[in-house]
Design a protein around this ligand. Structure first.
Ligand SMILES: Cc1cc2nc3c(=O)[nH]c(=O)nc-3n(C[C@H](O)[C@H](O)[C@H](O)COP(=O)(O)O)c2cc1C
Length: 212
């Protein structure tokens, strides 16, 4: 390993104004499709979510994109988690995708809001039973004595819901992030990367090229 000298070569096709979609979420969908088509990219829907709490303290963690529509980007989590508490205090968040094999990054800034309950119900019902039990067992972001305690909690809820569908805990659900700013970054030779930034301009989006 040599952190100081290792360098990947960014030799992908450039990202040009004339080729991108007018709507940033359409462009994101194009790039997600391209990432899903590359077998070596695991979980192309993984994105880094950054939040800021009432003290201005920023924290970041990965979450999985589970929906993309005209409203924005949807992910699911615990409504009692640290990230959820921060969103309650400050709805502004940032999301970042990075697909190394394509030399591509997407940065999104926007506002997060809980999705309607029926939407969370429908997504929760589609999850494997083990994941559903995990949502009941884990008080996400809280400390726990050891792994065995977590396993005991899973066994407890497994028994409680034996022979029936596991309902969605009210502490768990989705957020939709409505974007206000979206930037597409395409790595290019000599660090002269392409950056196209979409900023809201009334109902439309203005696209601006930024220096690398
Ligand atoms: C690739 C990846 C995907 C993840 N997806 C999710 C997710 O969709 N929802 C979630 O709550 N946590 C997800 N996690 C775990 C979070 O990164 C984090 O540990 C957890 O949500 C607790 O964060 P918090 O304490 O800041 O709320 C994922 C982690 C990784 C590495």
């Amino acid at each position: 390993m040599n952190i100081e000298t290792s360098r990947d070569r960014y030799d992908s096709a450039p990202l040009l104004e004339g080729e991108v979609a007018a709507e940033p979420l359409d462009q994101l969908r194009r790039w997600l499709d391209a990432a899903y088509a590359v077998p070596e990219i695991r979980e192309p829907n993984a994105m880094c979510l950054s939040t800021v709490d009432r003290d201005g303290r920023v924290s970041s963690r990965m979450v999985l994109l589970r929906g993309l529509d005209t409203r924005g980007l949807v992910f699911y989590t615990s409504y009692f988690s640290r990230k959820a508490r921060a969103i309650d205090e400050h709805p502004r968040v940032a999301l970042t995708f990075y697909w190394a094999a394509l030399h591509r990054q997407v940065r999104i800034e926007g506002r997060a809001a809980q999705v309607p309950e029926d939407e969370s119900d429908a997504y929760f019902a589609s999850r494997p039973r083990g994941h559903q039990l995990g949502a009941w067992a884990s008080e996400q972001s809280e400390a726990i004595a050891d792994r065995a305690t977590l396993a005991e909690r899973v066994a407890h809820f497994d028994a409680r819901f034996e022979g029936e569908e596991v309902p969605r805990p009210h502490s768990w659900g989705g957020y939709v992030v409505t974007p206000e700013y979206v930037e597409f970054w395409q790595g290019q030779p000599n660090r002269l990367h392409d950056r196209l930034a979409y900023e809201r301009d009334g109902r439309a989006w203005r696209i601006e090229r930024l220096q690398p």
